[in-house]
Write a protein that binds this ligand. Sequence first.
Ligand code: XUL
Length: 542
Amino acid sequence: MKQLKKHRAASREGLFLGLDLSTQALKCLVIGADGVARHEAAVNFDRDLPEFGTRGGVKRRPGGLTVTSPALMWVAALDLLLRKLRPERKLLAGVTAISGSGQQHGSVYLRRGAFALLNTLDPARSLRAQLGGAFALPDSPVWMDSSTTRECRRRDACLGGPQAVARLTGSRSFERFTGNQIAKIASKYPAKYAATEHIALVSSFAASLLIGGYAPIDYSDASGMNLMDIFKKTWDRRALACTGRNLAEKLGPLVPSHKPAGVISGYYADRYGFSPSTVVIAFSGDNPNSLAAFGLDRPGATVISLGTSDTIFGALSSPKPSAEEGHIFASPIAPEGYMALVCWKNGSLTREYIRDKYARGSWEAFNAMLSATPPGNSGLTGFYFREPEITPAVLKTGTYLFNQKNTNAACAANPGQHVRAVIESQFMAMRLHCGNIGLAPETIIATGGASVNRGLLQVMADVFGRKVCTIDRQNSAALGAALRALHGWRCLEAGKFLPFSEAVCPAEKPQLQAKPNPANHKIYTALLPRYRRLEQIVTGRK
Ligand code: XUL
């Protein structure tokens, strides 16, 4: 009975839509005010929009350091997603608020006149047909881009060195962070930069499409730019000045993540049946949205996301930004709070490479090999850099598999040893680096595509010595966005900030997947100092 009443209240409040513009796909998830999923849809960039010629949603320049996505592909994906949702007109009409998620750090360069295009969208025509001319730069740099080392060093020099940049912005200068990307565009393509009216993040760009104007950047995603003062939550004047001319004007205002970006454009009301009063809550980055999906508004539980990139993150109250590793972002759900995040570029694609090379492309065979090899891998410790790595910073790619004499035994190792080495290496790196930045997991929530793999989760539990849970939903960025839409809307209704965990209750509770084996945990704890030393050898710091 109580359940039914709750459900009735939920339906009166309507539905909440989370949009997720990730590297490979645009997804949407509609939930009720009870947090229960009502509908999902997705567009895969490579498969559904082959004319843009992306692989994994991106294009790589020769050399591999420059990685971009066509901005118009994201627009076309929104057209396609909404077309897929057309039969659900009633559902869309019931949406009260929308929020969203974008891959972090990527930037979109809108040319002079783009605001007018967004503001006068004709519901008779697709977005793609109307926004083809909206971009000063057709290819948007994305988070996988590592081409801005020069800009990082130059901006470091201007701002007092890596630790000063970390103290100011929450992270030292990283190649993929937007400030360094903007600095590259401003110096390499000065005419295109000058013709840029607005620079959006991927998240605020998606919100801009929905409101038919320029949506503000939220504090949490802005923390991934090396441009915002992480404590004052304002653009830092010196950081802007050493990046590009008139940058404050091009970036526009910053807002807390629970605040509205605007109301949906009439375009979507006319063409797809949304209510014209649908509120658009500020969009944010994918990792901040995942934090929201797990309701992490206080320290303790830690999330490990196993996706294209692997990330580990959790809430923090007193951040200690470090130039050595990791990032501090403003929390997307607690305006006074913070989150810490460490990111690895060699995530799923690297695991899949080893699976394809040594396990005939089969996860079953991969897992059988994992269980047949002993924890600690008989003294073999590996580093697999298919991509230039973020943590630790390594630009060169390669495979290193050290035997106990610390010589590279990659060629002599058997397939099972490679399989175990790649997994142990990834989780040892997580344990080492999250400890360095002050994250002390009490329980671990695993998410992302590879979190369905129980074999991996057991190694994770053993390395950390902590229980590993999952929640029964892979799409945490879209779920977090939908929950933030609900949170933002409830704050708006109340006329004040409401604590996230009181305003929002995710429908699904974590499920226990793996318990640590104490003997295995001991092996990994003993391995940690050696792993640290080997990492220093691989990165040339020793
Ligand atoms: C985080 C990062 C990645 C992207 C992936 O700093 O670069 O996790 O957000 O979309």
